[in-house]
Design a protein around this ligand. Structure first.
Ligand SMILES: Cc1cc2nc3c(=O)[nH]c(=O)nc-3n(C[C@H](O)[C@H](O)[C@H](O)COP(=O)(O)O)c2cc1C
Length: 180
């Protein structure tokens, strides 16, 4: 196995759902914004609108809206019965794109997660919040996030300093094969 800063970040990244209150530095923020910008995209269309939200009040209001509009909030595995969808992270990244650009958003999300891992930050990719932002009444948030009304929330990412060290989750060994 080849170990270097990049592969180590890939191998050690894991979902973090508990964060300290400390906000990430401005330099870290700029690095993550650059990592987002440098993500590849189909035909270099660069279809994603990316918003790094560091406004705790705004995130809290979204959480309340999620409960009121969407109503379900109990998948124990993601702890959304006890945590808001953003897991109390000090920074939450919203990736919006047109409906057919989910792949581009996913690839950008991983760029952000790996760059964050390299800086000692924790991340959690969040798909469930889409139920709010793609809900008719939840689309008001698009405006507040300066995203065109017809764009879709594709994926979000919690970012912050980890306040937990969960064990790495096992992976299936039989899903990846070399054919020669
Ligand atoms: C597309 C996608 C959507 C996800 N949505 C959520 C979510 O809504 N809430 C959450 O807490 N975790 C979410 N996760 C995190 C996964 O549960 C996590 O990546 C998975 O359990 C593997 O754990 P690991 O990231 O620690 O390896 C999501 C991950 C992906 C890739």
């Amino acid at each position: 196995m080849i170990h270097n800063a990049v592969t180590d970040a890939v191998f050690s990244r894991q979902t973090i759902r508990a964060y300290t209150h400390e906000q990430i530095s401005q330099e870290m923020l700029q690095t993550l914004m650059h990592a987002a910008k440098m993500a590849p995209s189909g035909r270099n269309c660069q279809p994603c609108y990316v918003r790094f939200v560091q406004n705790a009040q705004m995130l809290h209001e979204m959480h309340i809206d999620f409960k009121n509009l969407v109503g379900w909030d109990t998948p124990a595995y993601t702890r959304s019965d006890t945590n808001p969808f953003y897991h109390n992270a000090p920074t939450f990244v919203f990736l919006y794109a047109a409906q057919d650009s989910a792949m581009d958003a996913g690839i950008m999300a991983e760029n952000i997660c790996i760059a964050a891992q390299g800086m000692g930050l924790g991340t959690c990719i969040v798909g469930s919040a889409g139920a709010l932002f793609n809900h008719e009444a939840g689309k008001k948030w698009n405006e507040k996030l300066h995203v065109p009304h017809d764009f879709r929330y594709q994926i979000g990412i919690c970012v912050g300093f980890p306040d937990e060290k969960p064990p790495q989750k096992p992976r299936y060994d039989d899903r990846i094969e070399v054919i020669r």
